[in-house]
Ligand binder design. Structure first.
Ligand code: AMP
Ligand code: MG
Length: 341
């Protein structure tokens, strides 16, 4: 190879650069950070110089949401509500108010299966050292009286919330992840990034495509450390999964997971996992939890009315039910007999 042979390529590269300035330098960036008690994973197509600022803007936004809505952060909206709202109405941010309002609407529509006041009894699952302990039956019965979304009085004009009883507590654990995902995508779009996935502990929303190909995501197998199905997502779609494998502990040979049936105060025994596909990540997150509590029969009745929610339901017996609208889109990795809804 001569030096002059190499030189021949210089004008060619320059020409490409001049014809399509910048177009070649956009590439896929992947950035992760622990926040909201889970890991946030960002995937987006951007110029190298845009990427760090864009990722930082998303993480800052999610950290802001955590500060506003975590029940464990002193001074957050939820902390103030849980300490003071049984004495007087407490004014909260517009965002928190809207999520609480949305939560109560889902409580009504799900017949009380989804209920953010489950938090009134959640502390019974902890002993004095803060580690797990199954609750005493009598204490559970008493605390269950406080679990009812109708104990929350919402004043939309003042953005204030009043708790009817002392001891009522709320937590947005089943819906705030979806809100953070939605805001993450909005932050990227506001910076001109139009191809992205914002994922948070399995819940995600996509926008745009991967260089013209739909973004592909996977649905985890609830009983194997592997994916069960792949799924091509249209721009704007989101998916959220609630599973009994996500957070659980075992005690006396029994598994206790983190989704509580507000009627019994105990972990539900319905599905192994529920995935919901919807345009709004907030709805996907909340309805995955709600359907998880509702179980198959109640869930199917609801799904007949809600054509905006598509689902993949995996029962405790391993049976899979899925929306027939997903028939052509779900690619199972192993042969599975699916009952199409
Ligand atoms: P997800 O992973 O979205 O299904 O949310 C699970 C979280 O939702 C739990 O860790 C609790 O914080 C909260 N949660 C549990 N049971 C309920 C319920 N019945 N209604 C609303 N939130 C709940
Ligand atoms: Mg949820």
């Amino acid at each position: 190879m001569t030096i002059s042979g190499g030189k021949k390529f210089v004008p060619f590269f320059l020409a490409v650069f001049l014809i399509a300035p910048g177009a070649c330098s956009k590439k896929i960036h992947r950035v992760s950070r622990p926040l909201l008690g889970t890991i946030i994973n960002l995937t987006f197509i951007a110029e190298d110089h845009e990427a760090p600022g864009a990722a930082e803007a998303v993480f800052d936004e999610i950290a802001r949401i955590e500060k506003l809505m975590s029940p464990y952060r002193t001074g957050s909206d939820i902390d103030r509500l849980n300490r003071l709202a049984h004495q007087r109405p407490v004014t909260v941010s517009e965002e928190t108010f809207r999520l609480v309002e949305h939560s109560t609407a889902i409580s009504m529509e799900s017949g009380g299966a989804f209920d953010i006041t489950f938090a009134s009894m959640a502390r019974l699952y902890k002993n004095s050292e803060g580690s797990f302990a199954p609750p005493d039956q009598g204490a559970l019965r008493e605390a269950l009286k406080l679990v009812d979304y109708r104990h929350l009085l919402l004043n939309p004009a003042k953005k204030s919330i009043f708790y009817k009883h002392k001891g009522v507590r709320i937590s947005l654990g089943a819906i705030a992840k979806g809100y953070a995902v939605r805001r993450g995508i909005e932050m990227l779009k506001s910076r001109g990034i139009t191809s992205a996935i914002v994922e948070e502990g399995g819940d995600l929303q996509v926008t745009g495509t991967r260089y013209g190909t739909l973004w592909r995501t996977g649905i985890r197998h609830p009983r194997e450390n592997d994916l069960m199905a792949a799924f091509d997502m249209r721009s704007g779609e989101s998916i959220a999964t609630s599973g009994d494998y996500e957070r659980f502990t075992s005690h006396g040979g029994k598994k206790y997971h983190h989704i509580i049936d507000p009627r019994t105060g105990k972990p539900t025994e319905t599905f192994a996992s529920v995935s919901v596909i919807a345009d709004d990540p907030v709805a996907a997150d909340a309805w995955a939890t709600a359907l998880f509590v509702m179980g198959l029969d109640r869930g199917m009745k609801l799904l007949k009315r809600r054509s905006d929610l598509q689902v993949v339901l995996v029962g405790l017996d391993g049976r899979v039910h899925a929306s027939s609208s997903l028939k052509k889109r779900l690619k199972f990795f192993k042969p599975v007999k699916v009952e199409w809804l």
